[in-house]
Design a protein around this ligand. Structure first.
Ligand code: CFM
Length: 527
């Protein structure tokens, strides 16, 4: 029996048929996988909702905007603080990242409509916090009862003389949080990007899709600034809305998380002519490669020399610690199950320590994140597109400019991933397992069958895994730690993983049934 059939063995015929399309064993580079389809009701998926992707993921890290969750309090509460997207305010920039604003809808609001309460919430936010801008994010009941949040936003914008943008990101829209990314990207593009008037400098870049979890963006920015780049904005980690307004002026966009931000990257290219480059600042070797690719784009000998100088200094500074952690971690095996890009990115960092990935999967990625953007024309049906708008973008004739000539662009595309992402599967070894939308049952089967030394995942399954005696570190929030990006982040990661693996706690872990003669007896009978 193949590993895949072994994992699926206990399913009914109906579930087997569905899940078999989402689980593959890599034997070649061009596998097709089913992705971005709805989970079978009743299966315990790890996915989040559309609201989570819009408010929790893409908009949440923008620091000087008050984001009002229009809905019952649970939605605001559960998207408050747990993702560890860090932000720092200063005397010119307010910081509301640690706040949770919600209309706290109750039954009467659901019955009689919640617009009045929303207007009141906006008024209070303006009076108490005086934010530079306000965003309104809808939760499920708002769409069901038909509150017109866009009309409320338009009225408030005039009344309070500041940007007020509404997002119809009801939880049920789309397949998962991935639909929320798209809605958030559309809103940023339609209402915010392009409204600033800053001028570019010599090496002006944006970072797209870096969320500053545990301080990752700060480490990435530190390195890029050392080389001499002018970072117009990182969307959205620790960003200000006024920085986002100027995103159209950059000469190049760096895309860290393809899944969550590829819409903005494409729209910026179509409207303003700015190319994007797929980068990965997770892992030492991938950070080095990304820095060299960026330098290659600008093709300036001075910048290239400075890039190499910084790389050499950074590598020297972390060399001893990296070698130490590598000597301890080499030969271990890992399974990774995260949202839509980290399961790929972290394989590179693990490789730096000699840790082999035996299984990786995404919660909600699309086929292009697995198979590469070359499959985009062949994706027959995008389940999100049924109720999520694709913006029609037109060239901004006045501000459209190409940094490279057509000839230079075509030549460079052969060398670096310009406007292209190769996906995760090509990067994985033969014999490894790839699982889309893995559920809790499959998590336990992976533990039983593949027995990884470390299982990277999130809070929903961390404790199931650890109760089975296997280390689990959260790659969403990094538990309490970070940054893990860039050069210094790699060292932090090595330290945390080694600390986790060698903690004496594992000697004290005993599965609950081991203490119960009754359960143990029963298990023996069953077996
Ligand atoms: Fe991108 Fe993310 Fe991810 Fe994501 Fe997320 Fe996240 Fe994630 Mo959790 S934006 S797809 S929706 S890298 S919150 S910072 S860790 S599931 S793999």
């Amino acid at each position: 029996m193949s590993k895949v059939d072994w994992i699926l063995d206990k399913y009914s015929a109906r579930v087997y048929k569905n899940r078999k399309l989402h689980i593959i064993e890599k034997t070649e580079d061009n596998h097709e996988i089913s992705a971005n389809t709805r989970t079978i009701p009743g299966i315990m998926t790890n996915r989040g909702c559309c609201y989570a992707g819009c408010k929790g993921v893409v908009l949440g890290p923008i620091k000087d905007v008050a984001i009002i969750t229009h809905g019952p309090i649970g939605c605001g509460f559960y998207s408050w603080g747990t993702r560890r997207n860090k932000a720092r305010g200063d005397k010119n920039t307010k910081n509301f990242v640690e706040y949770c604003f919600s209309t706290d809808m109750q039954e009467p609001d659901i019955v009689f409509g919640g617009e009045k309460k929303l207007k009141q919430a906006i008024k209070e936010v303006v009076e108490i916090f005086d934010p530079d801008a306000i965003m309104i994010c809808a939760t499920c009941p708002v769409g069901l009862i038909g509150d017109d949040i866009h009309a409320v936003a338009a009225e408030a914008e005039k009344l309070y003389n500041r940007k007020v943008v509404a997002f119809s990101c009801e939880g049920y829209k789309g397949v998962s949080q991935s639909g929320g990314h798209h809605i958030a990207n559309n809103g940023l593009m339609r209402h915010i990007i392009g409204t600033g008037d800053r001028a570019p400098t010599k090496y002006s870049i944006n970072i797209l899709g870096e969320y500053n979890i545990g301080g990752d963006a700060w480490e990435v920015e530190r390195i890029l600034k050392r080389i001499g780049y002018d970072i117009v904005v990182n969307i959205p980690g620790d960003s200000s809305i006024h920085e986002i307004e100027n995103a159209h002026i950059a000469h190049l966009n760096l895309v860290q998380c393809h899944r969550s931000i590829n819409y903005v990257a494409d729209m910026l290219r179509d409207k303003y002519g700015t190319s994007w480059l797929k980068v990965n600042f997770i892992g030492v070797s991938s950070t080095v490669k990304s820095l060299r690719d960026i330098a290659r784009y600008f093709n300036d000998p001075e910048l290239t020399a400075r890039t190499e100088e910084v790389i050499a200094e950074e590598l020297a500074a972390i060399h001893d610690e990296m070698e130490y952690y590598k000597s301890k971690l080499k030969g271990k095996t890992a399974a990774l199950f995260v949202g839509g890009s980290r399961s790929h990115h972290y394989q590179k960092l693990l490789k730096d320590f000699g840790v082999e990935t035996i299984m990786a999967g995404y919660e909600f990625a699309h086929r292009d994140d697995y198979e590469g953007r070359e499959v985009l024309p062949f994706i027959k049906e995008d389940a999100d597109s049924k109720n999520i708008e694709s913006l029609r973008i037109e060239k901004d004739e006045r501000r459209y400019r190409l940094y490279l000539s057509e000839e230079q662009y075509e030549k460079l595309r052969q060398e670096i991933p310009l406007d292209y992402y190769e996906g995760m599967i090509k990067d994985m070894e033969k014999g490894t397992i790839i699982i889309d939308d893995m559920n809790h049952f499959e998590t336990e089967e992976i533990i039983r069958i593949l027995k990884p030394d470390i299982f990277f995942s999130g809070i929903k399954d961390k404790y199931v895994i650890q109760k089975a005696g296997i280390l689990s570190r959260q790659l969403h929030s990094y538990d309490y730690s970070g940054p893990y990006a860039g050069f210094n982040g790699a060292v932090n990661f090595g330290r945390d993983v080694l600390m986790g693996l060698t903690t004496p706690a594992w000697g004290l872990v005993k599965a609950p049934w081991k203490n119960s003669p009754m359960i143990e007896g029963h298990l023996q009978e069953v077996v």
